[in-house]
Design a protein around this ligand. Structure first.
Ligand SMILES: [Zn+2]
Ligand SMILES: [Zn+2]
Length: 352
């Protein structure tokens, strides 16, 4: 089978690796599509350090083609599934209480069974996976289904924020993560304001239901948010950008008792000055969120399958595996939402 392997910064090679054996408690997933997340883009550009060789890819959808005997019954050959939540250790305190997203041993470089190198493995034609980490999907393309993983992380974020009917919500950044925050917050009855310097993205945010959009390069974000929120500030702010220096200004437009959700990872992660007396007096909360758990994943797959969340606007372009370097170049050099690698377009032969 074919696997795309990172050998260095901007050096990605498609190579032949043996088809993994399927132990009796596992299933074999034929990967149909894998979306290129910001995480893999950072590996490609060298911002995120990994040890080479490394196999990336964690936004994965496909079809089951072999079922180990101990896994038979629940799952069948031909089932369409998404794969995720396997980076947590499964046995620490947080995993055991259902908070796998904050696992003590969370490992983005975990080696997948049957693959020759470390990494999440989704840029491989086949994956051996545990039944606990697959979730059914229906009615949509595998490209759409592969966006379950990002949606599950956003679902976790929006539920952590406890968005309520009538809340003023500010979403900072209108990439795919910002757009998914907009959609989920809106489903919970919030009045959503979206901020981004890209006019095309703001236009799409409006189409997707943003009550107001702000271009912070051309407009005064603080002034606009106050005007749109009865001078209260937003009750919830989701920062989906990697820029920590925005946080002090955002705290000025967070309402009293409001919640600042730190969704994105921060690059570079420099300390910023925050006045704690302000937090003390206003009762504001600053809350981190990262990754997702099985409960989030299962429901995210359902939201996409049932058409509650439409992810089609975020599928920018689909590439076959042989053009994976072009796919990464486009992902890192453009304002693309998601570039998706489709393995079916050039699959050589079905090995199963
Ligand atoms: Zn991702
Ligand atoms: Zn754990």
């Amino acid at each position: 089978m074919k696997t795309a392997v990172f050998y260095d910064v901007k050096k990605l090679v498609v190579e032949e690796t043996p088809l993994p054996e399927v132990p009796k408690d596992k299933v074999l997933l034929k990967v149909e599509t894998c979306a290129i997340c910001t995480w893999e883009q950072r590996v490609y550009t060298g911002v995120k350090k990994v040890s080479y060789p490394f196999i990336g890819g964690h936004e994965i959808a496909g079809e089951l083609v072999k079922i180990g005997e101990a896994a038979a019954g629940t799952w069948q050959v031909g089932d369409k599934v998404v794969f995720g939540t396997n980076l947590a250790c499964g046995h620490c305190h947080y995993c055991r209480v259902g908070e796998e997203q904050n696992c003590l041993n969370f490992d983005h470089s975990k080696q997948q069974p049957g693959l020759p190198y470390r990494g999440m493995g989704g840029l491989s034609e086949y994956l051996v996976v545990a039944p606990a980490n697959i979730f059914s999907y229906q009615n949509v393309s595998s490209e759409e289904a592969s966006l379950t993983e990002p949606l599950s992380c956003v679902l976790h974020s929006v539920e952590t924020a406890e968005v309520n009917f009538g809340d003023y919500v500010l979403v900072v950044g209108a990439g795919i993560m910002g757009m998914l925050h907009l959609q989920l917050a809106q489903k919970r009855g919030a009045i959503v304001i979206v901020s981004d310097p890209n006019e095309a993205r703001l236009k799409l945010a409006k189409q997707l239901g943003a009550a107001h959009v702000v271009n912070p390069v051309q407009e005064d974000l603080v002034e606009k948010v106050r005007a749109y929120t009865e001078n209260l500030g937003a009750q919830i702010i989701f920062n989906t950008t990697p820029m920590s220096d925005l946080i002090p200004e955002l705290l000025d437009i967070l309402s009293n008792t409001g919640k600042m959700i730190l969704y994105s990872s921060y690059y570079p992660d420099e300390p910023v000055g925050i006045k704690f007396d302000h937090i003390h007096k206003t009762g504001q909360q600053i809350i981190g969120t990262a990754n997702s758990n099985k409960r989030d994943f299962l429901r995210a797959a359902r939201l996409i399958s049932q058409g509650i969340i439409d992810v089609k606007p975020f599928i920018t372009k689909i590439y076959p595996l042989s053009q994976i370097e072009s796919a990464f170049e486009e992902a890192v050099n453009t304002e693309a939402f998601r570039i998706i690698v489709n393995f079916e377009q050039e699959r050589s032969e079905d090995v199963c």
